[in-house]
Design a protein around this ligand. Structure first.
Ligand code: ADP
Ligand code: ADP
Ligand code: ZN
Length: 213
């Protein structure tokens, strides 16, 4: 099963993608996590990506597409995957489509987690991330068991550099301009499913499971 998560920054794509990955035993692939791991390790890719990420801009397609295509070619992706944060532009979607086509394959579901902009700023200011394992929490809605500490790996939780309100506004604009057109793209392919992302995370997940079966 090959799944794409669509939705604004902070809509809950990552939260739901992790639950999907667990239940259906497929890898969760987040381009944002891959970039953040590179930043943490001080790689050239990380340095370049950070200049865009800190401004709330997208990393250029050429860089992003290569990383993603390399990742989905790995052995653990043979039975499918859930993509979180990719594609984010029409050219990215077209490259993925073409690569899958050449393998006689396709995306099965594009899940659009729908959350209005008004809710997003609150979600982002409360988000705390583990840069070690990629887990995400919310100060109010989804707190860790111990304040400031990742339940999964015990590392310290941080407010991401790009989750400050000024940057979040830029990211929302970028989302509407460059990513939202993908809703049309996957609707035309007959694979788009929209869920109401404003509800409790368990209820959102139940709607997704009802779609995936
Ligand atoms: P969120 O989950 O809050 O939307 P991500 O972790 O997916 O954030 O992405 C963080 C940042 O990483 C984005 O704002 C962008 O700069 C960069 N990024 C992640 N995925 C992509 C992508 N597919 N194309 C371009 N840039 C990306
Ligand atoms: P995305 O990957 O789309 O950027 P995340 O999954 O990181 O979004 O979620 C953004 C923030 O909102 C995080 O702090 C997360 O814990 C929280 N969150 C996720 N789903 C819900 C939900 N259904 N209700 C309330 N908060 C949520
Ligand atoms: Zn962790």
């Amino acid at each position: 099963m090959k799944i794409i998560m669509l939705g604004a920054p902070g809509a809950g794509k990552g939260t739901q993608a992790k639950m999907i990955a667990d239940k259906y035993q497929i890898p969760h692939i987040s381009t944002g996590d891959i970039f953040r791991a590179n930043i943490k390790n001080g790689t050239e890719l990380g340095k370049e990506a950070k200049t865009y990420m800190d401004k709330g801009l997208l990393v250029p397609d050429e860089l992003t597409v290569k990383i993603l295509l390399d990742r989905v070619a790995q052995a653990d992706c043979a039975n499918g995957y859930v993509l979180d944060g990719f594609p984010r532009t029409i050219p990215q979607a077209e490259v993925l489509d073409k690569a899958l086509n050449e393998l006689g394959d396709k995306i099965d579901y594009a899940i659009n987690v729908d959350v209005p902009d008004e809710n997003i700023i609150n979600r982002m200011s409360g988000r705390r991330a583990c840069l070690s394992c990629g887990a995400t929490y919310h100060l109010v809605h989804i707190p860790p068991k111990t304040e400031g500490v990742c339940d999964t790996c015990g590392q310290a939780l941080v407010l991401r550099d790009d989750d400050k309100p000024e940057t979040v506004k830029n990211r929302l604009n970028v989302y509407h301009e460059q990513t939202q057109p993908l809703i049309e793209f996957y609707t035309a392919k007959g694979v788009l499913k929209t869920v109401d992302g404003t509800r409790d995370m368990k209820d959102v997940f139940a709607s997704i499971v009802a779609i995936l079966g």
